[in-house]
Design a protein around this ligand. Sequence first.
Ligand code: FES
Ligand SMILES: [Fe+2]
Length: 457
Amino acid sequence: MDYNLEQGGPVLNPDAPPSAADYKAPYVDNGADIKDPARYYDETWKDREWARLWSRVWTIAGLVSDIPDVGDFLTYDLLHESFVIVRTGAGASDISAYYNVCGHRGNRLVHAEFGHVSDRFTCNFHSWQWTIDGKLAHVTDAESFKPEVLDCAPDMAPVAMDIVAGVIFVSMDDDPVPLREFLGPVASHMEAFQVDRMNVVRHVRSDWAANWKTGIDAFYETYHLGSVHPQTQPIMGDITTQIDCYANGMSRMIVPIGVPSPHFPDQSSINPGLQYMLDSVGLEPEAFEGGPQDVRPALAAAKRSFSTRFDLGWETLSDVQLTDSFATGIFPNVQFGIHPEGAFLMRFMPHADDPQRFTYDTMTLVRHVDDPNFKVPDWMGLPEGTDCSGRERPDIERTGIGEPAGLGLVLDQDSELLPIVQKGLRSKGFRGPLWSEQEARVRHFHNELDRYIEGEK
Ligand code: FES
Ligand SMILES: [Fe+2]
């Protein structure tokens, strides 16, 4: 099988102009060094990541669609730190973000993950209050404080916050690079898919016995599909995936969907997986006249007709954008699998104390279409009866270490494997990962991480 190392692997749309979301970015040579596996388990690595990475970088705190009304808030925890994001007005940018801490004695101010306050936050230790604009509004028994103590009483401490495509980011850096500059082309890709018109319809938080980077590594490549997820082979490209690396550790892979992997033995018939995909867009598999290579274009054409019928605004999307999975890596800890119909926002959240644990936090977003004839596709894997209206924000479902996340077979296969890989990373007999160019995003991510850890960023 050919793999063009110089250009960095396959190109799915050779005609895409540089501004297009499916444009193949120039190859980035990330070298060939072998990283010390201590990064996956060492306590001092975890501490350095806190000091040099997490406390400086932009990370995703939540979605604008989760706080639609004035007074709606969400909280976001990052290791031991916590933030509260609140809607302060009806305008698109009337959202504020603060450290989630009480200025009196350091209690956590807001405890719920989502909620609504009429106009104030109240600390549950001694009932001090702050307005949603962050102003200190009430001190219980204020007369019992020496005036000079109360002179120090603070408003809520703001944290840097910005929004792209309806996604809220925060940074603890006092002077962070502008978010759009940090994201680079990834910002326009999120906008091209109209992520801001999607709502969360499912949210699962699952604890895994592995380092957060062990998780990132596995989700950033398709090299393991044939071995771990053979059920994807009839309908999904693996070695034909397009890989793009951008500045600031951002990356993306476009995984072809609706076409058998070149590794799949049957390249001539419409296998059951392809039949399922045809069926998913209302095409009758028995009546389909082409071969396996004709399915993906047929899916694109069918989705184009949906766009006209349901006024979806997909005219600006290429065929590649209509059919394939845009698995977008937002440095440092996100994989955002974006499709026109919806998206999978996966955050790999490090554990506050244990470098050999992380929380796989995944939100399923769907584009709400106000027409009963429009169906959210089955392949999005939503449980029967999921409310896709966007009216009600679902509660977070939680699973503990070793429990299936309830996110389907592919995820169960990964969650069984990763704790075992994590143990191997600590083996005296393991000298460090040997990444192929199919795993180029993994190397790209680790090189950027090293720039933070070594103080170059
Ligand atoms: S710690 Fe919050 S009011 Fe005392
Ligand atoms: Fe996997």
